[in-house]
Write a protein that binds this ligand. Structure first.
Ligand SMILES: CC(C)(COP(=O)(O)OP(=O)(O)OC[C@H]1O[C@@H](n2cnc3c(N)ncnc32)[C@H](O)[C@@H]1OP(=O)(O)O)[C@@H](O)C(=O)NCCC(=O)NCCS
Length: 145
């Protein structure tokens, strides 16, 4: 089931965030990413949230700031279902372009985005911190809705 994220979902979202990301957001950052301009969706299996997406719209452009699937549920099609649902909702809101940034090394996520029609637009050099204290490029992708 895919539904909007509610304020009291954030504890579970933070658990998934910590499990799924190499360099997770803090709880504070996660909590700051809600409000009027956000379209945040969660995908639930009976009894628990297993994935979420955080997206912000400004006029006719939107940015996917975060998408994460709990590790035990990855590779089962949930990420794709969630992103497709998000795209459909953005279309009904009149959004024309969905932007995102992804680590250059994150081939799983890039494959998901390419399979949904995103194109690589540019790269931001040394954009993300890495766990070994280095930096990694971001790939900027866009989907024209
Ligand atoms: C990236 C992520 C959101 C994808 O969600 P998912 O539910 O695991 O992926 P899905 O099962 O929906 O698969 C979607 C596509 O991703 C690719 N994919 C998924 N798992 C893969 C794997 N283990 N290896 C290679 N490609 C994979 C495939 O192209 C797949 O499409 P297909 O099944 O039509 O071939 C999820 O793995 C995740 O949360 N990863 C950690 C956090 C992250 O990297 N977030 C994105 C960057 S902000």
């Amino acid at each position: 089931m895919i539904e909007p994220v509610l304020a009291n979902d954030f504890d579970r979202l933070f658990e998934i965030e910590q499990q799924a990301h190499l360099v997770p957001w803090s709880k504070g950052t996660l909590l700051n990413n809600q409000g009027e301009r956000y379209l945040n969706l969660k995908l639930s299996q009976p009894g628990q949230i297993v994935a979420f997406a955080i997206c912000q719209s400004v006029l006719d452009e939107a940015t996917l700031f975060n998408i994460a699937v709990a590790p035990a549920f990855q590779g089962k099609g949930y990420g794709k279902r969630l992103l497709k649902a998000l795209i459909e909702q953005l279309k009904t809101q009149g959004v024309q372009t969905l932007w995102l940034e992804v680590r250059e090394s994150n081939h799983t996520a890039q494959r998901l985005y390419l399979s949904l029609g995103f194109n690589e637009v540019t790269q931001r050099k040394n954009y993300y911190p890495t766990t070994d204290g280095g930096r990694e490029n971001a790939v900027v992708m866009a989907l024209y809705l």
